[in-house]
Design a protein around this ligand. Structure first.
Ligand SMILES: [Zn+2]
Ligand SMILES: [Zn+2]
Length: 442
């Protein structure tokens, strides 16, 4: 009776809608308070599937500056030829990827040192000019030159400032380019096209990610300063020091060994104790975005960074090898977390597509590798269609579909159907994943 009454009156209809929206908001706030944020289906975010338009009023809580200025950006972007727009986006992904963890200064320092070596400039021009701005190599009464750290204040200020500008500037641009501008078109580009992080989770990710970035930039500044002031490391600048053979062999040796160590470190962080106390922070984002690459527990972040710079102190490594591999790993860190259906290039047969790590965030304890899927194949932790994976199923092997209850299978089917066929090469993989569960449900 009440229902009929409601449907017959458009005013009451509006009231009902408003009430529903209020209830939804209250529920979301309650979930946020309890830290239960997971995901927001696209349509519940706003009626048009778009973030709320913020141009009519100042919105201090807009997720990024690009949310705030989206209409202005849209207007100017439309004036650019298509090829130029794609080119700018590609360059932005690359620069953002290679600089986002704050190591850009360490990379730059190696370039400067190589340049200094080839031009035979015996005086450290850069360091001297940096020292000129510092307080005579003294910091809090400590003689920094004793530790090869003269000019450290300058490095810290430059490192943290530029890192923040790149993170928020380029990260904001990419967020707008995909997540705002092409939001209604998510089936074309997104790995999980029907699900987005809630605005609150996006804000959390950016705030948390940028605070870890600051920590990373601070530590990198110390290392970059130390290297620039000729502190000890095993990095060399003349190929003739160790010969061409070692130069070529060192590329795969560093890449493969580092990737294997990273695989195991990541897998160990997925053991119940370490997962609950450390790594779970990174897995709050079931639909990762580029910002989530630094949104990890500080201890884990330092641990991972230590592995990435370890070749600089372990064996002779030419600076081009160290720098190129670092840029490659950072770049793919962004690609893997972007939530976008990026594919590896033909010349990277070892490199999994972005969906590989997106699956890791969607299904938790599976696909632990980063820049090579071979380790997962070797150790049986590669995602299989006849296994169900969830946050409460540890150790990377999942649960056999034949042992799952109907409810578990139904949940697995919903997850599988929410993936984008365009994120895979060919249509068969996703279809097989779905039919495997469907057949069990019949
Ligand atoms: Zn993980
Ligand atoms: Zn991740």
């Amino acid at each position: 009776m009440n229902d009929t009454k409601t449907h017959n009156t458009s005013g009451t209809d509006d009231e009902k809608k408003k009430k529903e929206e209020e209830e939804e908001m209250e529920m979301e706030m309650e979930m946020e308070m309890k830290g239960e944020w997971r995901e927001t289906p696209i349509m519940s975010r706003s009626k048009a599937g778009n973030p709320p338009t913020t141009t009519s009023r100042f919105d201090p809580l807009a997720v990024t500056w690009t949310d705030r200025y989206r209409e202005t950006l849209d207007r100017y972007w439309k004036r650019l030829p298509n090829f130029l727009g794609s080119f700018i986006a590609t360059v932005a992904v690359f620069i953002f990827g290679s600089t986002v963890r704050g190591e850009w200064l360490l990379i730059l320092v190696h370039f400067l040192k190589a340049f200094r070596n080839t031009t035979n400039v015996s005086t450290n021009i850069t360091t001297t000019s940096i020292n000129g701005t510092a307080s005579g190599g003294l910091l809090l009464g400590i003689d920094l030159s004793q530790y090869h750290l003269q000019g450290l204040e300058f490095y810290i200020i430059v490192s943290t400032t530029v890192s923040c500008i790149l993170y928020l500037g380029l990260g904001g641009f990419l967020h707008w380019y995909y997540y705002v501008r092409q939001r209604d078109n998510a089936h074309e580009w997104k790995c999980q096209p029907t699900k987005f992080l809630s605005p609150e989770m996006e804000r959390h990710e950016i705030m948390f990610g940028s605070s870890i970035l600051l920590l990373g930039s601070f530590l990198t500044a110390i290392l970059a300063c130390y290297i620039m002031n000729d502190g000890w490391s095993t990095v060399y600048f003349n190929v003739s020091d160790y010969g061409w053979l070692w130069y070529f062999v060192s590329w795969p040796v560093v890449y493969v060994s580092q990737d294997y160590v990273i695989y195991w470190t990541h897998r160990i962080y997925h053991l119940p104790f370490l997962y609950k106390h450390f790594h779970k922070m990174h897995h709050k984002y079931k639909q990762p975005t580029a910002f989530s690459v630094t949104a990890i527990h500080p201890i884990e972040f330092i641990n991972m960074q230590a592995i990435l710079i370890s070749p600089m102190f372990l064996f002779p490594i030419h600076w081009t090898v160290q720098v190129t591999i670092m840029i490659y790993i950072f770049y793919h860190g962004i690609i893997d977390h972007s939530g976008i259906n990026f594919k590896a290039f033909w010349w990277q047969p070892w490199q999994p597509d972005a969906i590989f790590h997106d699956n890791h965030h969607q299904y938790f304890h599976v696909n632990f590798g980063f820049n090579c899927s071979y380790w997962d194949k070797l150790h049986g932790t590669l995602r299989r269609k006849d296994r169900v994976y969830r946050e409460d199923l540890y150790y990377g092997k999942g649960k056999d579909v034949s042992q799952c209850t109907r409810a578990e299978l139904q949940r697995a089917l919903t997850e599988r159907e929410s993936e984008n066929v365009k994120a895979y090469r060919g249509t068969t993989i996703r279809e097989e994943q779905i039919s495997e569960v469907k057949n069990k449900l019949l």
